[in-house]
Design a protein around this ligand. Structure first.
Ligand code: HEM
Length: 518
């Protein structure tokens, strides 16, 4: 193009006006994008006296790629250090405004603040009807009612004790299965075993049913439903952050959720119906569990507390998702650590032999006398928390201040527990696996101490924490009492992580379990 021709184009009134509009748009986009925390924070810039520091991310997408990666907790921890926003960092993902804290004090201010007692409901959780279950129900009467009912009838110390027999039986069955696998294959792929043990544990306490997952039938059908649910809840769904895409359902999440819900309604509906029939006939259930289960409890509620059948299905179904994988995944990490640290494993086995002896099998009542075994569980929760970002975020119900920082209503708030438990400012030698640290200092992991709160804290703290810990402690003690866990000659233990719904080992643990004579 000649110079004259180029000048003529620029002088054309139409084109110069068009160019002007484009320039305005470009400046607008760039200035939105250059807001601390990215474009989703732009319209609140004038309201905040101090802007929360945070990366711009990519235009429109924000920090989207952080969440499509395998370890968002690590990426966010690194970013918070880089932009000097450990206490509180702002960022955008599509049109969603986020804050994340990697500091114990600020984390407490968020988790214990009633302003953050709601949860953002992803499309998949909504479609799977989880907004009617405890974990995603909005903060209010319905949610409070569910927490109260489950605290009294499912998670109370008495209920946990009532189910000890079944927990022990499941642990013993796992020990038998490990023996069979060693005889047949000379190595153990432990994930499958732990998953099915944990699924049966939840199914018994909640539904009063247990399954055989090796044979075709209801067990395998249940497993298919659960796997599909885990996948759907774990998918990064673009519609959650780009509302305009919602009606397109580009990833097919909505369609798959609706398909799954109709199958779950039939599956769980049938179990509820069986309970109704058994009650008319004077029994609790089909006789698998000897104590009344959670379905019985929900059916027994007083008139004013009664749940509709569809709400009951949502509440019961959610328990499977919360209670199964967290326990199984934590145990897989613990066993991986046992293989990697034979001296720690031997110390735990000496403790078990000393307290329980060789002729008796370990039981719940022994756990209080096994402080080192409990310290191993705590140290694994510190180094490999199943919910490094505390699994499910919180949502600001109304405008609120955290310190001097203004947080608009509707902001999604997260705590990076992984960053806290790996911070040199909080823990000495954070990368070192050292259960002894908990023998020297008794740190509560139940929520009040935000240096290590793997079950969250505040109003929405995990209600299943005592039940989850009772299961992990007992099964770990049983597995350590029965076997010495050692590496396979040809397979390394790889500690790479993959955060799906919970943080899994990227490469499942495969190792050997040598029977102990003690
Ligand atoms: C090692 C085991 C477990 C871990 C690490 C764990 C972790 C968590 C975390 C981090 C939260 C979010 C807390 C917050 O927002 O402050 C949570 C919530 C929840 N957990 Fe657990 N959990 C475990 C076991 C269980 C079990 C066994 C159950 C039930 C069978 C359960 C049921 C729930 C429910 C219903 C919620 C939602 C509570 C609400 O929003 O009111 N969890 N869990």
């Amino acid at each position: 193009m000649s110079l004259d021709h180029g000048l003529l184009l620029f002088q054309s009134p139409l084109l110069s006006f068009e160019a002007f509009l484009w320039a305005i748009l470009l400046v607008g986009i760039v200035s939105l994008w250059l807001s601390p925390g990215g474009h989703a924070w732009a319209r609140y810039r004038s309201k905040a006296s101090v802007a929360i520091p945070g990366p711009f991310g990519s235009p429109v997408l924000g920090l989207l790629t952080v969440f499509t990666g395998a370890t968002p907790h690590r990426a966010l921890a690194k970013l918070a250090e880089t932009v000097k926003a450990v206490k509180l960092m702002a960022f955008s993902v599509g049109f969603t405004r986020f804050i994340v804290s990697s500091d114990p004090e600020t984390a407490r201010d968020i988790l214990n603040n009633s302003a953050f007692a709601d949860r953002p409901v992803k499309e998949s959780a909504y479609e799977l009807l989880f907004h009617r279950a405890m974990g995603f129900a909005p903060y209010g009467e319905y949610w409070r009612n569910l927490r109260r009912i489950s605290a009294t009838h499912l998670f109370s110390p008495k209920r946990i004790a009532d189910f000890e027999g079944f927990r022990r039986e499941t642990g013993t069955k796992m020990v038998e299965e490990v023996k069979c696998l060693m005889e047949a294959k000379g190595e153990v792929f432990i994930r499958r075993l732990l998953h099915f043990g944990s699924l049966n544990n939840v199914m018994t306490t909640v539904f009063g049913k247990k399954y055989d997952f090796e044979k075709p039938g209801e067990g395998l059908e249940l497993e298919e439903l659960v796997s599909e649910g885990y996948e759907l809840l774990g998918i990064f769904n673009w519609s959650d952050h780009f509302p305009l895409l919602r009606w397109l359902d580009l990833q097919g999440v909505r369609k798959r959720c609706r398909n799954l819900v109709s199958k779950v309604n039939v599956f769980v509906g049938k179990i509820i119906e069986e309970h109704r029939v058994n009650r008319v006939n004077g029994g609790f259930n089909d006789g698998d569990a000897k104590v009344g289960d959670f379905v019985d409890v929900l059916l027994d509620l007083e008139k004013h507390e009664k749940l509709s059948d569809s709400d009951m299905i949502a509440v019961l179904w959610e328990m499977i998702f919360r209670g199964t994988d967290t326990v199984a995944i934590l145990l897989e990490w613990i066993l991986a650590r046992m293989v990697l640290h034979p001296e720690i494993q031997a110390k735990a086995q000496d403790e078990i032999d000393g307290v329980v002896g060789s002729s008796k099998l370990v039981s719940d009542s022994d756990i209080q006398n096994l402080p080192y075994v409990r310290a191993i569980v705590k140290e694994t929760l510190r180094v490999h928390p199943p919910g490094p970002l505390l699994s499910w975020a919180r949502l600001a119900i109304h405008e609120v201040h955290i310190g001097d920082n203004f947080i608009p209503a509707g902001t999604t708030a997260m705590v990076n527990m992984w960053a806290i438990t790996h911070s040199e400012k909080v823990w000495a030698e954070p990368e070192k696996f050292k259960p002894e640290r908990f023998m020297e200092e008794d740190v509560s992991i139940m929520g009040p101490d935000l240096r290590l709160a793997p079950f969250g804290s505040g109003r929405r703290v995990c209600p299943g924490k005592a039940m989850g810990l009772a299961t992990v402690h007992l099964w770990l003690a049983q597995l350590l009492q029965a076997f010495k866990w050692v590496p396979c000659e040809d397979k390394d233990v790889d500690l790479l992580e993959h955060l799906k719904l919970s943080m899994e080992m990227k490469k499942p643990l495969v190792c050997k379990a040598m029977p102990r004579s003690a």
